[in-house]
Design a protein around this ligand. Sequence first.
Ligand SMILES: NC(=O)c1ccc[n+]([C@@H]2O[C@H](COP(=O)([O-])OP(=O)(O)OC[C@H]3O[C@@H](n4cnc5c(N)ncnc54)[C@H](O)[C@@H]3O)[C@@H](O)[C@H]2O)c1
Length: 338
Amino acid sequence: MKQVKIALLGIGRIGKIHFRNISQQFSNASVVAVSDPQYDEESFKKEFGSVFFSKDPEEAVAHAEVNAVLVCTPTSSHASLVEAVAKQGKHIFCEKPLDLSLERTASLVKIVKEANVKLMLGFNRRFDPDFMQAKKSVSEKRIGNVQIVKITSRDPGLPPIDYIKNSGGLFMDMAIHDFDMARYIMGKKVVEVFSKGLVLVDKDVAAEGDVDTALTTLIFEDGTYAVIDNSRKAAYGYDQRLEIFGDEGMIQVDNNLHHRNIISDAKGIHHALPLDFFMDRYAKSYLKEMELFIDALVKDKEMPVSGEDGLEATRIAFAAKTSMQEGRPVKLSRITSQ
Ligand SMILES: NC(=O)c1ccc[n+]([C@@H]2O[C@H](COP(=O)([O-])OP(=O)(O)OC[C@H]3O[C@@H](n4cnc5c(N)ncnc54)[C@H](O)[C@@H]3O)[C@@H](O)[C@H]2O)c1
């Protein structure tokens, strides 16, 4: 394929990021159709210009020029859309997670394979320049053999309770990025998961059967660890840090700040707060993931994040929830889609 002609389904928070990146940054790709029920043709064109628009996603997917589809709708609609797109023989980029059910996630991976189309999952953090550099250093053995990965992943504030209600819970909605990051950095299989969770931010979260604060230990096939701490609310903003400890050294990735000035005065030494949230903190990663998606289509290469990667992160999220509920470590082999 020479030109990637994209249908974008869902132009909300994440869909807008992809729409702008594709429209402004790539000469070998364009968005040729968009679907989102929250717009009508007039309001869509006013905000985004003259691209084919339909409230009906099937109409956008069926557009004659379209050869790839971005699924950026709420999670509950991913499965039916991914299945419909695969059956149309068009390639797919889908935001995480594929679905909230493990069985459905596994069946989608199969459906996509059988349809012989490519699928990339939106685990964008792999493509953050600092995390990519950390992965490269690990691969080059700059710190020897990795023993412990520590991921700090805290949001700046609780999302609306309505969002929590439909999110699949903290492990499936939020920590799933961190589970994928741990797998990506280690390049090994997770065999055991131990999670604890608390409600410390807002008691309404408990009413939804969810937690807002969690600690997870992943154990890899060679016995090494990842430790992940999550909170829905850090008082100082979006906290995204990574530390990788090996027998010959350590790699640290700190927060990206609003600016790098350090101001010293009689009260102390101050620097700026972290970038506000995922849209700005991970801006470069969204651009890079789209570049790699387009590149894989143009050059007929394997996708850099596969459906299987999505399935594996989903299994870990299920294991984390089960572990928290049972109050004990859970072998990942227990979590199957049968
Ligand atoms: N990778 C990341 O960093 C990241 C960040 C945020 C969200 N997400 C994921 O992206 C997805 C969307 O999240 P969001 O925050 O952008 O949500 P959002 O609510 O801001 O946007 C979703 C949009 O999809 C539209 N929509 C709903 N049903 C549709 C359908 N059937 N066809 C077409 N459009 C439809 C809605 O009207 C809305 O405009 C979720 O699955 C979420 O988990 C990923």
